[in-house]
Design a protein around this ligand. Sequence first.
Ligand code: MCN
Length: 784
Amino acid sequence: MTAVETGRYVGTPVRRKEDGPLLTGRGSYVGNMALAGTLSMALVRSPYAHARITSIATGAARAASGVVGVYTAADLHDDWKAAMPCAWPVTEDMRNPPHYPLAADEARYQGDGVAVVVAESPAAARDAAELVEVDYEPLPVVVDIEAALQEGAPLVHSGLGTNHCYTWKLDAGDVDGAFASADATVSCRYVQPRLIPNAIEPRAVVARPEPNGDLTVWSATQIPHILRLLLAATLGINESKVRVIAPDVGGGFGSKLDVYAEELLAVALARRLGTPVKWVEERSENYLATIHGRDFVTTYELAATSEGRITAVRAHVTAAMGAYLQLVTPGIPLLGAWVYAGPYVIPNYSFTAVGVFTNTTPTDAYRGAGRPEATYVIERTMDALARRLGMDPLELRRKNFISEFPHTLSSGLTVDSGDFHGALDRLLERLDLDGVRAEQARRRDRGDVRQLGVGFSTYTEMCGLAPSRILGAIRYAAGGWESATIRVLATGTVQVITGTSPHGQGHETAWSQIVADQLGCDVSEVEVLHGDTAISPYGLDTYGSRSLPIGAAALCLAGERILEKAREIVAHQLEVAVDDLGYADGRFSVKGSPDRAMTVKEVAWAAFSAHNLPDGMDPVLEATAMLDPENFSWPGGAHAAVVEVDTETGDARLVRYVAVDEIGTVVNPLIADGQVHGGITQGIATALYEEGVYDEDGNLLTSNLVTYLVPSAAELPSFELDRVAAPSPGHPLGAKGVGETGTIAAAPAVINAVVDALAHLGVTDIQMPATPERVWRAIQEAEQ
Ligand code: MCN
């Protein structure tokens, strides 16, 4: 695609258009909707992680005041034309046990739905749910992924005869040979904690049957288009009869990239009862019933020469699926599968992922999905290899950086552009490493209680999901294209319809900037419509930092088509050849006669009135583009964390965090900074605070905001951000995705810093999250 000229808006920190209503309490969230005749839904959830359901008595609940109906799996059995969808069967022989919105015979994780109550109010529904009497016969439980693979482990699905879901491999080169002939090898084992997404707005859905048999569904979802498709398929409804609307959505971070039992139940019950049915998740339900993230154990090995050239990588990932496969559960490890060599040239490559069922909440996409896991193990192991070789960890990184582009990774994909050296140079300029090291030395000499450490992470990731042919080749069911329509209305204002579905990312502003530059209008004259399948019938929604890489590229293409059509109209009306016209800032003029001109607004009126258009041309100034990218998007960068660790209590605190990202052209630096801030915070949360913990009976011990530690601004320093740019040659603006970079880079930088703070005591490893207890124990063990 040709590069698009930018003007006065792209690259400037335009304030977010969408913030006014949100900040003044005038957002339109599903939870606030009050449609006439709405009934409320509440779920009865299993308190056991694994239990046979021997009976369900619904009589008392049915008799309760305000209750309209109580339903079990058996009652709704005929409503489902298919089981709940898993769109990524990663191997032909992957095990995918049928998953229905309510458990029929067995509950397989704490929170698994076993019955649903519909009542006249949320309180009546919840109260009646308490009256449903379920007899459970507890069954053996397995929550640990490695234990689940042992011979004789309790089986999550006894019918499968195993907890093994799939094994997926990617091999290139002669890995065994490279390890056999290496001067140095390191082998490390890492645990990625289970993470529990906590969007500020919990999930919510309202389903309304329309008088003509159509169905309207409002959902706090990231994926209105995919949801429509899968609601239609699962319930056997004509897809064109279903309209899904994602109004304002208060964050998702991947957790709303799913088709949930509650959405299917609300739709099925609304159809049965002929009236709107609504469900709003409670925070405690969010912990149990919204997907979780991560929960990987990885062994990661590097082979190198004595000079520090890395010759091979071998990564083996064991990944928790949870009790069932949700929409893209099995594919999450694969999203990192190509980048286990990081930003380094490593000729021999081996990656294996093993998916495992456990009696836990299903896992699925959580910010970064697959790539934070990869970056963490690489960047931790780079430090371990540097220790082994007696080299400076940054020198080791520099020695192995990809420095020529495009670069085809040994794993097979091509990194189109990057500047890893430049990012690291800039980081060091900002950091004053010598100063930090001097302070560290002083504290060590003095034997201070609070020791200082600095840690680095240099990264690349593949985002912008993605070329459809590659997604097809790895057995993902859908494509990766995106759509955009631009309409210049008769009065000259512009309507943009995007297939992306922002839920906090600011597309209304960024897309307006891009279109305003292309068409030479004011940013306030552009209105961006999204998140309603009746308005934007085609789209693949927002996740995987794909919206700018793909959605905005489709937008640029639609803009080009608008300008092509406009140019033909101007040439016709001014009676010149199209090539005789120049274009700048929303105005076409005849080369050499600048006064003979028409603005885009004038052309829009001419196209609307259609009095004098070229023969055969359709009226109105409107264009649509569907764009399937040719490559992934390859952001990268270098991050550094400076931490202070209390050697008596084990308390680790961030003192500084410096990030230099390379995301190509930046459309809106304010939005991009916000994305990096949020991303870094989530990476730091993994490193220091957040961990979903089950006891051995499968009870979720971290089931609220008191026990699951989501950090606030009070725990964090002010981040120091900077950027370098290596624009993507495959993107019309040269832009790359940014939505996940911070999360991908931050955790290893922080843990490397904690380890560095304690290196003089002999500490070489600390598992995430580095809680005071873990840090304290690591110090005690090193001292023995
Ligand atoms: N942007 C930019 N210049 C760039 C890259 C991006 O100005 N070079 C801007 C874009 O215009 C867009 C925003 O940054 O407004 C994010 O763009 P992009 O990287 O394309 O990511 P997406 O819009 O596809 O968002 C998805 C990404 C993901 S995968 C998660 S998870 C995540 C994230 O965005 N979840 C979020 N950021 C979030 N932010 C909020 N507030 N809430 C979430 O749930």
